[in-house]
Design a protein around this ligand. Structure first.
Ligand code: AMP
Length: 536
């Protein structure tokens, strides 16, 4: 017997429609590429999204077409998210920090029909345009006064296109399983792979991250999405903010510590989401300039392991750090760290250790760790093995790729991470499978070594890699970048490891470098470091 409940599609347009009806006066605040702060309401956004849907239809974009964006976090990018998905097309967010050759590959592989581009990235596209045969035109995300001279052709001005269009649109019915957005993984090996999110997966993910034990986002909040809209939909912030009636603050291209601190205090940001490197520059700014980050009360940190030192510095400013883990393939949130009644009763040191883990799975996904024979390992907090995930917002194949090497036929997605899961359900990443340092048959976590180095007062950033060793197979090497104005020798840093880690895990060598290479999403590029230093 079927239940007698309404069956409405879980669709992306329904989110903005909800905000338009029930939170029409709540604002989206954006720092623009042109400079000034732009403010408007969810009701204003809904009207402009309808105009944009008319523009897209006039340009010939229809169901299933892919439309590219190369843009910062801003209100026009939000409009693209909703209008493209709303007409049944797919919003393909291209990461402008990728190498031009990767961008070229991605736009061609996705067969983008149009590309909407921020002023910043016009020169980048100009260099590639000749080799993008699927692209029928470019739309620059600006107004007439700011239109640049460009070789892109045919080229349109976004505001000019929107201006004459009506503020209503006959929105089509959406099958919730229909594709809504596309994001390519920025893998360090091989070609990028496209992860194709559906309306259903996007809505379910947003509902899950909204919950009290996740972002806990509500209509009292002002949410700042520092994490870029060009990578995994800014962790769902453009969906969860309107769904919650929260004000949404978007930092545009200004991601330095001073600009972020200014935005947090002037807009009254209560919750912010971003990767550790962004928060390190924000905290460095506050250290130098003094002052507070009030009313900010929590930051969500993910994308790479959150160093304990970062949590301590935020705590000193009265800001709680919420550690989260995820991947492009998992929309991205898989786990998030909030306490339980049981963990709150533990001694402080144990609570502290748990707080640093990557957290418990959100309802809607399931996790498992497996041993060498593929059998599931116990949740005892010490057994570790490759981490698998399955669930409503986990991909089951890549876009236009027959083979999905990570999948096999197990029904699980192999994350490529190695993890433990403790009896309270908290998952902790030990390492990436390919980054773990295998010394004499034992595994050394590069993340653990990095966290120790970063706790040294003179260290700004650190990376631990394996270097080949004739006796042990591999031994750890740590490369650090010092804070400006601080001094430390290699021996000082090595000394710092004594007593903080088992003797055999201590790095054999520490190198002080000027800078570390990063991937397009802010992770340390270990492959490049191995090439540079493996023989060190
Ligand atoms: P991406 O698909 O580019 O977002 O990268 C996903 C990968 O980033 C994961 O498989 C992890 O290796 C890493 N990652 C994400 N969040 C964390 C975290 N909180 N701690 C450690 N590693 C993380």
């Amino acid at each position: 017997m079927l239940g007698r409940m309404m069956s409405l599609p879980l669709s992306i347009p329904s989110i903005l429609d909800f905000a338009d009806r029930f939170y029409p006066k709540v604002q989206i605040v954006s720092r623009t590429v042109e400079g000034p702060i732009h403010r408007y309401t969810y009701a204003d956004a809904a009207r402009r999204v309808a105009r944009l849907a008319n523009v897209l239809t006039r340009l010939g974009v229809g169901r299933g077409d892919i439309v590219g964006t190369l843009a910062w976090n801003g209100y026009r990018h939000v409009e693209l998210y909703y209008a493209i998905a709303g007409i049944g097309a797919v919003c393909h967010t291209v990461n402008p920090r990728l190498f031009p050759e990767q961008i070229h590959f991605i736009i061609n592989h996705a067969r983008d029909r149009y590309v909407f581009v921020d002023l910043t990235f016009v020169p980048l596209l100009e260099k590639l345009a000749e080799r993008l045969p699927s692209v029928q035109g470019y739309i620059i995300l600006t107004d007439r006064d700011h239109m640049p001279q460009t070789s892109l052709s045919p080229v349109h001005c976004y505001e000019d296109l929107l201006e004459p269009e009506p503020e209503t649109f006959p929105w089509p019915d959406i099958d919730e399983r229909q594709a809504a957005s596309l994001c390519y993984t920025s893998g360090t090996t091989g070609d990028p792979r496209g992860v194709l999110y559906s309306h259903r997966s996007t809505v379910l993910h947003a509902m899950a991250i909204k919950a009290a034990d996740a972002f806990g986002l509500g209509a009292r909040d002002v949410g700042l999405a520092v994490v870029p809209m060009f990578h995994v939909n800014a962790w769902g912030m453009p969906y969860v903010a309107p769904m919650s009636g929260a004000t949404m603050v978007l930092p545009g291209p200004a991601l330095d510590g001073a600009s972020l601190a200014g935005l947090i205090t002037s807009e009254g940001v209560t919750v912010a989401a971003g990767v550790p490197t962004v928060w390190m520059s924000l905290l460095a700014h506050v250290r130098q300039q003094g002052g507070s980050l009030a009313p900010l009360n929590r930051v969500i940190v993910g994308g790479s392991a959150c160093p304990a030192a970062l949590m301590d510095q935020f705590a000193a400013l009265g800001v709680e750090t919420i550690h989260a883990w995820g991947m492009t393939e998992t929309s991205p949130l898989g786990t998030i760290n909030q306490p339980t009644r049981a963990t709150l009763r533990l001694p402080e040191a144990e609570q502290d250790a748990i707080h640093h883990k990557q957290g418990r799975p959100l309802y809607g996904v399931d996790l498992a760790i497996v041993g060498p024979d593929g059998a599931e390992l116990p949740f005892d907090g010490t057994s570790f093995g490759p981490l698998r995930i399955r669930g409503h917002w986990v991909c089951d194949g890549y876009y236009r790729m027959e083979t999905s090497p990570s999948h096999g036929d197990s029904g699980w997605f192999d994350t490529g991470d190695v993890a433990t899961i403790d009896p309270y359900g908290y998952m902790q990443i030990v390492d990436r499978v390919k980054d773990v340092i295998k010394s004499g048959g034992e595994w050394i976590s590069s993340i653990e070594l990095e966290n120790i180095a970063i706790a040294h007062p003179a260290v700004f950033e650190a990376a631990a890699i394996a270097r080949p060793d004739p006796k042990w197979g591999e031994r750890p090497l740590v490369i650090v970048v010092l804070r400006p104005g601080h001094k430390a020798t290699e021996e000082d840093i090595r000394e710092f490891y004594r007593g903080r880690v088992a003797k055999w895990c201590e790095p054999d060598k520490v190198i002080i470098a000027e800078e570390l290479p990063h991937t397009a999403t802010g992770k340390i590029l270990k492959q490049a470091l191995r090439r540079l230093y493996a023989g060190a």
